[in-house]
Every structure is written in C-alpha cells, then in structure tokens.
Design a protein around this ligand. Sequence first.
Ligand SMILES: Nc1ncnc2c1ncn2[C@@H]1O[C@H](COP(=O)(O)OP(=O)(O)OP(=O)(O)O)[C@@H](O)[C@H]1O
Length: 240
Amino acid sequence: MINVTDLKKTFGKHQVLKGITTQVDQGEVVALIGPSGSGKSTFLRCLNMLETPTSGTIAIDGIELTNPQTDIARVRQRIGMVFQHFHLFPHMTVLDNITFAPIEVKGIPPEAARSKAHELLARVGLSDKADSYPSKLSGGQKQRVAIARSLAMEPDILLFDEPTSALDPEMVKEVLSVIRGLADSGMTMLIVTHEMKFAREAADTIYFLDDGKLVERATPDSFFTRPQSERAVRFLEQVL
Ligand SMILES: Nc1ncnc2c1ncn2[C@@H]1O[C@H](COP(=O)(O)OP(=O)(O)OP(=O)(O)O)[C@@H](O)[C@H]1O
C-alpha cells in the first residue's frame, strides 16, 4: 500500500532522513521507535507530504506523492493524521470538529455527517460529549475526539505522531486502547511511539530508526528479544 524508496530529507545542512526504503502492506500496523531526533516524526510527516522530501519517492497504492503532477490534496484525504497535541478547533463543539471536514471537504450531507460522527463518538467511548467544547475535555478525551475526527474522513491509512506523549499517565491507557481497537479492525497504521509495551503488543512490525536510517525492521517478538544491531541493543537497555 505504501512504497518508500531512498527517502531523504534535509533541513538546511542537517540531513535528517538518510535514505529510507520500505513497504507497508494494507492492514499492517507499524510502530516507529528510536532515539529522540532519529527522524521518526519527519519520516511520518513525509508520508502525507507535511514535509516535502528532498529526494526519493513515496507511492500510495501506486500513486506517487513525490511526482509534482500528483494532486496531493486528493491523496491526503486518504491519509489521516493524529498529532501529539490534538489540534482540535477550540471554537467548535466536538460534533462540529468531527463533521467539519466531511461536510466542507468531501461534500457529505450534514445529516449523514452528524449521524456518522455519533457512531464514531460511540466507538471512542465519548457519546456524551458531542456538544462539549474541547476546553471542557481531558487530554485523553481530546485525543479520542481527534481520532474520531480522522476516522470521519474514512482514511485508508492513519498516521499517529506520538499520540500519548502529551497525556497524563492515567489517560494513556484509554487512548492506546482505542488505537489498539483500530489496529485489530484492519486499519493500516504507522505510529510514532515511546510506549514500548504498546508497540510490542499492538504492532505487526517495528521500525527502529537511528540517525535518519531505518536500522531494523522486524516483528515485535524478534526486535524485542533478538535485536540485531548494537544501536538497538543500547536503545532497548535504556528504555526497558
Ligand atoms: N522543520 C524543521 N526544521 C529544522 N529541523 C528540523 C525540522 N523538523 C525536524 N528537524 C530536526 O530533525 C531532527 C529529527 O527530528 P524528528 O522530530 O523527526 O525526530 P524524532 O525521532 O521524531 O524525535 P522525537 O522522538 O524527539 O520526537 C531533529 O534534529 C530536529 O531538530
């Protein structure tokens, strides 16, 4: 579903991604882990062209995002993104946050969009919050609304950039359990995370990035019990 070839990204003189090549299958759940500054978020952001790659190619279902002739806005509709800091619209209710893009971008009739939003709120356990404003929600609730908002666009791929890093510890579990449910439902997902237990339990594949390179790509069992590189061994010693 996603094909990445020799992806490089440079900010000024700093080469952050140093040639990443990989493929992600439909329904695959990938956890991106690695030291701070290794390029995990940059890699994720390149996948929906929030960052423009310096070189290399990215194709989604054969459509090359890196081809200047590709209609990026259209392909991006198929790729949802959930951020560390939620990015909800503060002046809109939860329901309006979820229905805004389906109505305005996709042209879904408002009644249908609202009905779908209620379904999604039930799915993330927030049926009673449809008319609340984001400021009245906890961090965990905001993040679950952000997930429902992404799902409302019916994406084929969901990208999560450290979805629990800004949350108080007691809220991490509720958000991870929603993400876990999505993983089990067959959604294709890439998740930058520092939650090793979650990565181990929920992912099909671990990507270990270090210094802009995809150093290891392995099943969780293999990565966590038999890391192949010295760098991964050191990293796991520090975080486990
Ligand atoms: N827009 C930008 N302009 C300049 N440098 C950037 C930009 N975005 C990221 N970088 C740099 O690229 C490097 C990799 O950043 P990135 O956020 O991708 O790492 P990460 O592995 O996700 O780190 P963390 O786990 O700390 O979030 C860092 O040195 C960062 O300072």
